[in-house]
Write a protein that binds this ligand. Structure first.
Ligand code: NAD
Length: 490
C-alpha cells in the first residue's frame, strides 16, 4: 500500500472533505474483525441536505459543458484509479472480504466503465430520423434530468457506484452519493479520484451514513430529481414507493435467486464449473447474480452431484488476500448469521445437507466470518432455501424430470435477475431464452458476470423494471429526450 498518500475519509460536499461529525462509521476487516480498516465520519440528514444544495448549485454549470468535456473527466478518473489499482484492490478485500482476484477484476471493471462512458459521451446525443417534410429538420435532443441520488450496496463497492455515476455525469446530472456503511472507505477513494481528476466542486457529493437517515433524505428530498438504488428487495421496494410518491424518476435493482439448469446433453464438467464459479468462488455467493439454485435433469443428476460435491469439497476457503484462496469470509457478522440460519431452515424443512453447513473456526478462521461452502440436495421448489435470497455460498439442488419441469421450477420464484442453462441442444437453448423470466439469460455461461456494453437489470422482484443500467441504455434514465422540429420558411 502507498505510504505517501493519506486516505480520504469522511463526507465530501461542495468540494470539501468534512471529518468533524458527531458520529463515525468503523469499517472492519471481515477476515479479521479486530482489524479496523478505517474510521470515517458519518453524515446525517442535514449533511445530506447540504449535499443536495451543493449538487443543485453545481448543476447548470456542469450541464453547460459539452458531453466531450464531461467525458474527459471520466478518462482522467480512470487513469488515476488505474495507477492505484493494486492498492485499491487490496482495500476492497480488506473492507468486504472478496478474494484478491475478484477485487482486482472489480477494479478493472471500474476503470473500463469510466473509459467506456467517457467514449459513449462523444456520441451521447439524440438521433435524427428524416422528416416527412422537405423543409423540416427533425431530431431528438437529450438533456440532463437534474440532480441524482445514488444509493449503493457493499458487494461491488466501487463498480456499482461507478456504473451509476458515470452515465449520470456524462448526461449532465450532478450527484449525491450514499455508499453502504460496510464499505465507506473504498467509496471515498472513488470520490477522491474524481476530485483529483478536477471534477468541479458540487458535481459529486458524498455522504456516508445510515440508510434510514441519509438514505431516506436522499430518497425523499424535494431537490433530488432522480433516484438510483441497488440493494435488497426489502429496502428497494420501500425506496421505490417513497421516491415515486414524491414524483421522482426511480430505478431499483435488487436481489436474485438465480438458477442454472443442466440438461441431458450438457457437458457435466462445464456445468459443475459454471455452478462453482457462479455460486461459490470469489464473492462467496454474495453477488446479486450468484447461482443459488441448480436444477438438474434426472438423467444426469447422479453424475452432476458426484462431481459437484467433489469439486465443492476441494475449494480452499481462507485469507482473501492469498491468491490461492477460492473463497474468503462473509462480509459481515450479520451475513454469516444469515447463512447459518438458512442452513438450519434447510435442514428443518427436510432438505439433505450434502456438504458444508458449518462456520469455519480455529487457526486462520478464528476472527473472521468464514462459512463452509454448502450444498443441499432433495430440495423441493417451495422450500425457503429454494425461494429466498440467502446471499451466501449455500446452493440448493433440485432434481427434475425434464426440460419443461426445469423451466417451471426455474420460474417459480419471485426474483428474476439472471439465469443460466448448460446444454448442447439448440432447441433447449432457444426455448430457455424465450421461456425464462429473467433480465439476463446465459447459455453455457455462469449466471454471474456481465459485459458493460449490454443492458443490465432484472424482472419481477429483482428490479423496478423502470430503466436498464449499463450500456448506452443507461443514458435513458438520466436524460429527458426532446423531439425537435425545425422548419425553414424560405
Ligand atoms: P441493502 O438493501 O441492505 O442496502 C443497500 C443500500 O440501501 C445501502 O446503502 C443502505 O444503507 C441503503 N438503505 C438502507 N435502508 C434504506 C432506506 N430506508 N432508505 C434508503 N436507503 C436505505 O443491501 P445490501 O445488504 O447493501 O446489499 C445486498 C443486496 O443487494 C442483495 O439483496 C443483492 O442481491 C443486492 N444487489 C443487487 C444488485 C443488482 O444489480 N440487482 C447488485 C448488487 C447487489
Amino acid at each position: 500500500m502507498s505510504e505517501q498518500r493519506s486516505k480520504p475519509t469522511g463526507l465530501y460536499i461542495a468540494g470539501e472533505w468534512i471529518t468533524d461529525t458527531d458520529e463515525s462509521i468503523v469499517s472492519k476487516n471481515p477476515s479479521n474483525s479486530d482489524e479496523v480498516v478505517a474510521e470515517v465520519a458519518k453524515g446525517d440528514r442535514s449533511d445530506a441536505q447540504d449535499a443536495v444544495d451543493a449538487a443543485v448549485h453545481a448543476q447548470d454549470e456542469w450541464a453547460s459543458l459539452t458531453t466531450h468535456e464531461r467525458g474527459s473527466y471520466l478518462h482522467e478518473t480512470a487513469s488515476i484509479i488505474e495507477d492505484r489499482k493494486e492498492e485499491l484492490s487490496q482495500l476492497v478485500v480488506q473492507e468486504m472480504g472478496k478474494t484478491i482476484g475478484a477485487a482486482s477484476g472489480e477494479l478493472q471493471r471500474t476503470i473500463d466503465l469510466l473509459n467506456y462512458y467517457a467514449e459513449v459521451a462523444r456520441d451521447a446525443g439524440g438521433n435524427a430520423p428524416p422528416s416527412a417534410s422537405e423543409n423540416t429538420l427533425t431530431y431528438t435532443q437529450r438533456e440532463p434530468w437534474g440532480t441524482a441520488g445514488v444509493i449503493t450496496p457493499w458487494n461491488y463497492p466501487i463498480a456499482i457506484p461507478t456504473w451509476k455515476m458515470a452515465p449520470a455525469l456524462i448526461a449532465g446530472n450532478t450527484v449525491v452519493f450514499k455508499p453502504a456503511s460496510q464499505t465507506p472507505t473504498i467509496a471515498a477513494e472513488l470520490v477522491s479520484a474524481f476530485e483529483e481528476a478536477g471534477l468541479p466542486e458540487g458535481v459529486i457529493n458524498f455522504v456516508p451514513g445510515s440508510g434510514s437517515d441519509v438514505g431516506d433524505e436522499i430518497t425523499t428530498n424535494d431537490d433530488i430529481d432522480i433516484v438510483t438504488f441497488t440493494g435488497s428487495y426489502q429496502v428497494g421496494d420501500h425506496v421505490h414507493t417513497a421516491a415515486s410518491d414524491e414524483g421522482k424518476r426511480v430505478q431499483c435493482e435488487m436481489g436474485g435467486k438465480n438458477p442454472i439448469i443442466v440438461d441431458d446433453s450438457a457437458d457435466i464438467d462445464l456445468a459443475v464449473e459454471l455452478t462453482i464459479n457462479g455460486g461459490f468462488t470469489g464473492l462467496s455467493g454474495q453477488a446479486c447474480t450468484a447461482t443459488s439454485r441448480a436444477i438438474i435433469l434426472e438423467s444426469v443428476y447422479d453424475e452432476y452431484i458426484d462431481r459437484l460435491i467433489e469439486r465443492v469439497e476441494s475449494l480452499t476457503v481462507g485469507d482473501p488476500l492469498d491468491e490461492s484462496s477460492d473463497m474468503g469470509p462473509k462480509s459481515s457478522a450479520g451475513g454469516l448469521e444469515g447463512d447459518l440460519d438458512y442452513i438450519e431452515i434447510g435442514k428443518e424443512d427436510g432438505a439433505t445437507l450434502r456438504t458444508g453447513g458449518n462456520r469455519l473456526e480455529g487457526d486462520e478462521y478464528e476472527d473472521g466470518y468464514y462459512v463452509e461452502p454448502t450444498v443441499f440436495t432433495d430440495v423441493e421448489p417451495d422450500m425457503r432455501i429454494a425461494q429466498e435470497e440467502i446471499f451466501g455460498p449455500v446452493l440448493a439442488v433440485l432434481e427434475v424430470a425434464d426440460y419443461d419441469e426445469a423451466i417451471e421450477v426455474a420460474n417459480s420464484v419471485q426474483y428474476g435477475l439472471s439465469a443460466s442453462i448448460c446444454t448442447n441442444r439448440l432447441d433447449h437453448a432457444k426455448q430457455f431464452v424465450r421461456d425464462i423470466e429473467t433480465g439476463i439469460v446465459k447459455v453455457n455461461q455462469t449466471s454471474t458476470g456481465v459485459e458493460m456494453q449490454m443492458p443490465f437489470g432484472g424482472r419481477k422482484q429483482s428490479s423496478t423494471e423502470t430503466f436498464k443500467e449499463q450500456g448506452r441504455q443507461a443514458l435513458d434514465f438520466y436524460t429527458h429526450e426532446k423531439a425537435v422540429y425545425v422548419t425553414h420558411t424560405e
